[in-house]
Design a protein around this ligand. Sequence first.
Ligand code: PXL
Length: 284
Amino acid sequence: MKRILTIQDISCLGKCSLTVALPLLSAMGVETVILPTAVLSTHTMFSGFTCKDLSDQLEPIAAHWKQEGIAFDAIYTGYLGTEEEIDVVKGIIRDFAAENTLVFVDPAMADNGKLYPAFDEHYAKKNAALCGVADVIVPNITEASFMTGIPYRESYGEDYVKELLSALTALGAGTAILTGVSLREGKTGAMGYDSGTGEYFSYQNDRIPAQYHGTGDIFSSVAVGALMRGLSRQDAIQVAADYTARTIDVTRNNPKKPWYGVDFEATIPELVDTLRRYASETVE
Ligand code: PXL
């Protein structure tokens, strides 16, 4: 079984970051080691949330793992609360990333043209430097625009997406995957670029007319989990995009839907079935 280390906050209530990454990756059959960067009462879209920063715990925890000889097949980072934390996380990547370790960075910090409440432009540049040490990065268009300095646009064509992808890989990441990319009316999905081979890959499915918090974390967790299960990058973004869209659809049809996150718990069995199908195709 592959072993992944994921470094993100715990938002106790809110269905994002570690509270979705851990259940999804475990359900996908990937051993998941967590490194919580902070404990918040809720995610930061609630007002009045509490936050206990755990930055000073990260290095001692990692040092203990080192002493125990622990290694990881992937290191997956998500929402990180402060610039100092980004530096510490870069050090942990340096210490644990072996030649075959996939470093997968989701620079979760912004959406819909705006940074999340806790962040400013300086933080965005720091996140850009973290992306520079990754093998695969998965920003949305807003995050890509803050990191590259290319102005954010709501309507665009494939040229704009390619310009962003090229600027993102120029930060140093081998492969950039832009999420929330709409290449046709009524569609949405992801488009990736491998700067090593010059190849593009992309996937579009129907846009569900609803927006929920934490869906970026769901896409990233499923995409990295699928890569760990041996799927190609093309298949991984398809599985992640289809699962995210399906989960949004189930959520919007739930009369008691919570506003702060999606009902991913309801769709986990379908995700497990999907992976089983891919596994049987590989064996045949
Ligand atoms: O879903 C990203 C995320 C993760 N963690 C915290 C957040 C957010 C987005 O707002 O506030 C604490």
